[in-house]
Design a protein around this ligand. Sequence first.
Ligand code: PLP
Length: 387
Amino acid sequence: MSGASRLRGFGASVFVEMTELANRTGAVNLGQGFPDSDGPPELLAAARDAIAAGHNQYPPVSGVPVLRAAVAEDRAARYGTEYDPARDIVVTTGATAGIAAAVLAHCEPGDGVLVFEPGYDSYAANIAMAGGVARPVRLDPGPSGFSFDPADLRAATGRGTRLLIFNSPHNPTGKVFTDAELALIAEHCVAHDLIVITDEVHEHLVFDGRKSRSLAEWPGMPERTLVVSGAGKTFSVTGWKVGWVCGPADLVDPVRTAHQYLTFNSGTAFQVAVAHGLRELGPWVDGLRADLQDRRDLLAAGLAGVGLDVLPSEGTYFLQTDIRSWGHTDDLAFCRDLAPRGVVAVPTSVFYLGEPLRTLARFTFCKRVEVLTAAIEALRADTARRR
Ligand SMILES: *Cc1c(COP(=O)(O)O)cnc(C)c1O
């Protein structure tokens, strides 16, 4: 029983294999991108208080009003983009469900959907669920990070192309798109009258003084853009699954309908707590950003110290390494070889839709300093043994 044909070929096989490999070898797991320390104590207390105060029944289909108001205030303050909490915002079961609802709401069977690759794995599955056709645009690694060729974007945009699913800060590359790139993409979307779903879950996790920008800030974009973000990455509470979709009411209405029949909504008490977080815990998030930057630097230096070529990471939980620096040309073989040496990474080829690049591996640095140090020590000791 292989299930419906539209989902054939999807599945978490490599992630499962890498987790099993970590368990079997005792290697430090730097594959999966979730933090191993808790979010701010005040946020956790706010959730407990919300439960005690009786926020335990269904939330409204669009989410609790106090969270929608907090999201609107937050986006107006940081991006200058205006959303009406009553009409333009839907709270979802994590960003994942928000993206799925947005794709199901706006993609007709046969529609072309532009998507950068490598990219977050749920996009391709969502496009398949909606019966759309993914049109990948490559992000290629270079000495100053990942970039795309505008000609590829134009070439991928054929007749029947209706949507772009965009993501910055970008998982799995760690790229933060520049203002010039965002302007070019925005212009392209306006010229081809595309609807844009922009995944901004890592919006706060940008390094070296960068400022996060939203594609919805560019001219001609507010009326065609659905912004998706959430609390998981911002507050280190990935298990809470509180996300949101913001956009003009005519684009958000069908998203709300899809969302209503997928989950309706969830996590009332968590939503109340996240509203508190957005309003009061900005300084904690600033601390997380600074701390993650230090951990990025620690891991990057450690990997470079054992001879791996590390690509620049400008944001997110992740950095990429070029495995050719260790003489490898197959990322899956590299990861299988790395685990007995003490560390598990993820082969970046799993994030491609078409023919993948097989010379990159993704490491996360969203783990405690002790864990990152243990990973580096294991690789150092192994390298010394092999000399
Ligand atoms: C983690 C992640 C998500 C999932 O967000 P949830 O709120 O946990 O559903 C979506 N997109 C990207 C790029 C991510 O890294």
